[in-house]
Structure formats: structure tokens, C-alpha cells
Design a protein around this ligand. Structure first.
Ligand SMILES: Nc1ncnc2c1ncn2[C@@H]1O[C@H](COP(=O)(O)OP(=O)(O)OP(=O)(O)O)[C@@H](O)[C@H]1O
Ligand SMILES: [Mg+2]
Length: 333
């Protein structure tokens, strides 16, 4: 199971705004193993979506990649000619974008939009495209696929729109699915059903999933491994159980402690993480979490930001003072 399908190596990206360069992705390296789910999590603005977009070369202006490679089955896809990248997108690597409703075309029926991606990539007749589109809609838990296919995006509930987006993304059976907050705007029941469908799809098709989510509950349910992002970099990485039960980076620990617990009576206010994330235009060489970190010592104040380092096999953190197991009770089981 150590078989990488997607490797991100030293990826950096920034947005060149009139106010300065916002360093949204800073030297990120990650491996997605075949058939598994890797989650990217962290607070709003940490750079999660930027990674997803960058690896398909879809960063919107004024964003650009400044360093790094993205290897898909060993090929550096960022170096591909635009036409080959277009072929690969959708067919081999597909993305479910963060905002489902605005990424659907409002003047095309749902069926037409699913058929469009099929006919753009496969030598099929209109009829075959139609059959296949109904199949993928049904597969994504849309019970009346014919009816859904005839409807327009504004007819759809949030949950249905999100299912349609996932159906479009998975219509060609991509090997890698990037799912950016696939359920974040939805109520809990709809969310659970969609996550089930995604897992089912993964079981049936062996799809490898890069799941982007700020929701730690979703990450815990779905992912095999998790990368925690802070200010454009990965501060902790490991398998989900290990990271969630025994986080080593103080930021991960604070995130886990501040999540709402529906399963426990709230007897005291939630411990929010004090302070706010740094301005990505004004990052210095020091650890970006330093101003918020309760564990900071003089090493942290005098040394440049620590690199991500393996603390035990498969578990790494970027911290001079990693948390000890005895301190790390997160309440996760
Ligand atoms: N279009 C843009 N123009 C300028 N800066 C941008 C733009 N999009 C993103 N950024 C910068 O990149 C940073 C990372 O944004 P990104 O959308 O990747 O974060 P995220 O982790 O996906 O957040 P969220 O959880 O809110 O979706 C932002 O904090 C912002 O500074
Ligand atoms: Mg995002």
C-alpha cells in the first residue's frame, strides 16, 4: 500500500497582489497513496484550496506557482503542454470545487453538463453519453436521475448540487479526486450521506482522494492520513488516528481541542485558539505559529522556523518543542 499515485514536491505558490505577495503555499511536499484518502486540514486561509488548484495548474490570477513539481504516476504534470494538461484534468485527476453552485453552469441542464465532460474526453455517441451520465448521477445517490438530468442548477438543493458536482468530477472515473470542502455547506444528515457515497465510490473504483476540509470530524471519518496546514506550510503529518489522538504540534493540539464536541456535554466554553493566523504577506523566517504558541521557548524565538521532521515512523511535525503523549489528550478515540 506504499504505492504513490500523486506526489507533490516542494510546491510553493503565491498571489501577487498590489499590497504584496501572499505566500499561500510554502514548500509543501505530500504523497497521496493509491486507493487511499489524504486530508488537508487547517484554519481558513491556510492555503488548502490553493494547493488543490495549483496541482492542476488552475490557480486564478494573480496566483502563480513559484517552485515545485507535481508527479502523477511519475510524470511532472506541471511541465505538460497545456493541451495535455487539459486532457488529464477531468479524465485522470478531477476536482470538486469549494463552491458547488457557482461552479455549475446556470443556463445548462444538469444532464447536459454531465454529458459535456463525457463527450469532451471519450469517443462516445450522444446516446452512450446520456446513459453514462444517468449512471453517474444514480451512483452519487440521486434517486431520480432522469429528473435530475432535466433540471437546471437553480432547481437543486445544496445537497443535490454538491452530488451533481461530484458526479461530474467522477464521470470519467478519474484516478485521483480532489474534493475541496465537499460537504461544508450542508446539514449533518446530507453530509453523512454524501460522505458515504464518496467512500462507496472509492471502494468500487479505487479512486485516490485528496480531501480538503477544515472539519476535523469529516477528516476523522474519511481520511487515512492527514496533513495539517498553517500559514501555507504543513506543520504536522501522519495517519489520522495517530495525529488526532496524539498530536505533536501545538497548533494541531489547539485545533483538536477547539472543535465542537457534540458527543460531550459542554461544561465550559470552547477553548478557542488565541490570536489569529499571520498575514501571508509579512511572514518572517521565524515559526509562523510562534505568536500564538503556548509552548514557545527561546529556541523558537531565536531560530528560523523548524522544518517538518519525522518524530516516529510515518508521523512528522515542524516544531522545536513537540507535545508529549501525556499532554496530548484530545478526547479523540
Ligand atoms: N484570489 C486571491 N487573491 C489574493 N490572495 C488570495 C486569493 N486567493 C487566496 N489568496 C491568499 O491565499 C491564502 C490561502 O487561501 P486558500 O483559499 O488557499 O485558503 P483555504 O485554506 O482554502 O481557506 P478556506 O478554509 O477559507 O477555504 C489566503 O489567506 C489569501 O491570503
Ligand atoms: Mg478553501
Amino acid at each position: 500500500m506504499d504505492d504513490p499515485i500523486l506526489r507533490i514536491e516542494g510546491l510553493s505558490a503565491q498571489f501577487d497582489t498590489p499590497e504584496g505577495a501572499a505566500k499561500a503555499v510554502r514548500d509543501v511536499s505530500l504523497t497521496l497513496r493509491r486507493g487511499t484518502t489524504l486530508a488537508l486540514t487547517g484554519e481558513s486561509g491556510a492555503g488548502k484550496t490553493s494547493i488543490g488548484l495549483a496541482l492542476l495548474n488552475l490557480l486564478p490570477y494573480p496566483g502563480r506557482i513559484t517552485a515545485g513539481r507535481v508527479l502523477f504516476n511519475g510524470t511532472d504534470i506541471l511541465a505538460l503542454p497545456p493541451e495535455e494538461m487539459r486532457q488529464l484534468r477531468g479524465r485522470e485527476i478531477a476536482m470538486v470545487f469549494q463552491d458547488p453552485v457557482t461552479s455549475l453552469n446556470p443556463v445548462l441542464s444538469v444532464g447536459a453538463q454531465v454529458e459535456e465532460i463525457i463527450t469532451a474526453h471519450l469517443p462516445v455517441t450522444k446516446r452512450e453519453a446520456r446513459d453514462r451520465s444517468l449512471k453517474v448521477l444514480a451512483q452519487m445517490g440521486l434517486p431520480e436521475p432522469q429528473e435530475v438530468a432535466r433540471s437546471y442548477p437553480f432547481h437543486l438543493s445544496g445537497g443535490m448540487a454538491q452530488r451533481v458536482m461530484i458526479a461530474i468530477a467522477t464521470a470519467l472515473n478519474p484516478k485521483v479526486l480532489i474534493a475541496d470542502e465537499p460537504t461544508s455547506a450542508l446539514d449533518v444528515t446530507v453530509q453523512a450521506a454524501i460522505l458515504d457515497d464518496l467512500r462507496q465510490l472509492q471502494r468500487l473504483s479505487g479512486t485516490s482522494i485528496l480531501l480538503i476540509s477544515h472539519d476535523l470530524g469529516v477528516v476523522a471519518q474519511m481520511a487515512d492520513e492527514v496533513a495539517v496546514m498553517y500559514a501555507g506550510s504543513i506543520v504536522e503529518f501522519g495517519d489520522v488516528r495517530t495525529v488526532f489522538q496524539r498530536p505533536r504540534h501545538p497548533y494541531t493540539w489547539a485545533l483538536l481541542r477547539s472543535r465542537p464536541r457534540w458527543d460531550r456535554e459542554q461544561t465550559r466554553p470552547l477553548p478557542a485558539i488565541r490570536g489569529s493566523p499571520p498575514n501571508l504577506m509579512e511572514l518572517s523566517a521565524e515559526c509562523p505559529y510562534l505568536p500564538r504558541c503556548p509552548k514557545a521557548t527561546s529556541v523558537c524565538r531565536t531560530q528560523p522556523a523548524p522544518a517538518l521532521a519525522e518524530l516516529e515512523p510515518g508521523h512528522s511535525a515542524a516544531c522545536y518543542n513537540p507535545i508529549y503523549a501525556s499532554e496530548a489528550d484530545t478526547g479523540f478515540d
